[in-house]
Design a binder for this molecule. Structure first.
Ligand code: ATP
Length: 254
């Protein structure tokens, strides 16, 4: 089946004053995939995402999201995407249920809090405040808020940073479910094991440029074909396996 691009970025440049943070990058994200932007701190990943999310101005280049040109139709793009808020955006006196009602009102959609909380397994926390949630629950709630407007694409910037191994796996399942239900996911992460398990394709960004784009599998095969060989693992498990084994097993890789 031909891959249909849902995001097309061409020759994107972003300067902050004299500093050239994004240097002429071009890429496509296909409809229905989990697309990862990987690369060292300061590579330009967040800048690129925030420009596509219409939150930041570009210096030059063209961006088409779901058929709309960001220059002419930023409002239409905003309606079709889901973006995670910074923690400060969650009014401290409102509980999760009230926050969902608030955001539904802002988007002009009619979503019940329970329907959204159910998607991220947080119905038992409906009356809790955001600050009372664990790190993993906070991330799940934040992902629920990106889904309120039934977006075509959601953007997740380092969604599993700081989470324990199990909460991370739990989030991977959630992100895959979202992809499987038809929503395209664009994600950044510094965890390569996560990108390998989760992403259909990844782009490596460094110094404001895209170095290469491919599936994780192809990247690994290409490296192995050069004769690269990792130091042999001598044990059949690692400390993360011990962690999962000792602290709970409700997560299953699906
Ligand atoms: P990280 O992995 O650390 O999140 P990143 O790949 O997301 O990094 P960006 O946050 O996009 O990188 O930053 C790219 C470069 O642009 C960095 O050198 C950063 O210091 C610079 N930069 C980002 N925002 C601004 C700004 N508002 N003003 C000036 N420079 C900025």
């Amino acid at each position: 089946m031909a891959k249909q691009p849902i995001i097309t970025v061409n020759n994107l440049v972003k300067n902050y004053g004299d500093f050239n943070a994004v240097k002429d990058i071009s890429f496509e994200v296909y409809e229905g995939e989990i697309f990862g932007l990987l690369g060292p701190n300061g590579a330009g990943k967040t800048t690129t995402l925030e420009i596509i999310e219409t939150l930041r101005d570009k210096t030059s280049g063209t961006i088409i999201v779901d058929g709309f040109d960001i220059e002419k139709d930023a409002a239409s793009i905003k309606k079709r995407i889901g973006v995670q808020l910074q923690a400060a955006g969650y009014y401290p006196n409102l509980n999760l249920s009230e926050l969902i009602e608030l955001f539904s009102g802002l988007y002009g959609v009619n979503k019940t809090p329970m329907e959204m909380l159910e998607k991220v397994a947080l119905t038992d926390k409906a009356k809790a405040k955001y600050k009372e949630l664990s790190g993993g629950q906070k991330q799940r709630f934040s992902i629920a808020t990106t889904l309120i407007n039934d977006p075509r694409i959601i953007f997740l910037d380092e969604p599993t940073t700081g989470l324990d191994p199990q909460a991370r796996r739990n989030l991977w399942d959630l992100i895959k479910e979202i992809r499987d239900s038809g929503t395209t996911v664009v994600i950044t992460t510094h965890y390569m094991d996560e990108a390998e398990i989760l992403c259909d394709r990844v782009a490596f960004v460094d110094g404001g440029r895209i170095i290469d784009i491919d599936t994780p599998d192809n990247f690994i095969d290409k490296l192995v074909a050069t004769g690269f060989e990792r130091k042999k693992e001598v044990k059949l498990a690692n400390l993360e396996d011990v962690f999962i084994n000792l602290t709970g097993k409700e997560w299953r890789e699906g």
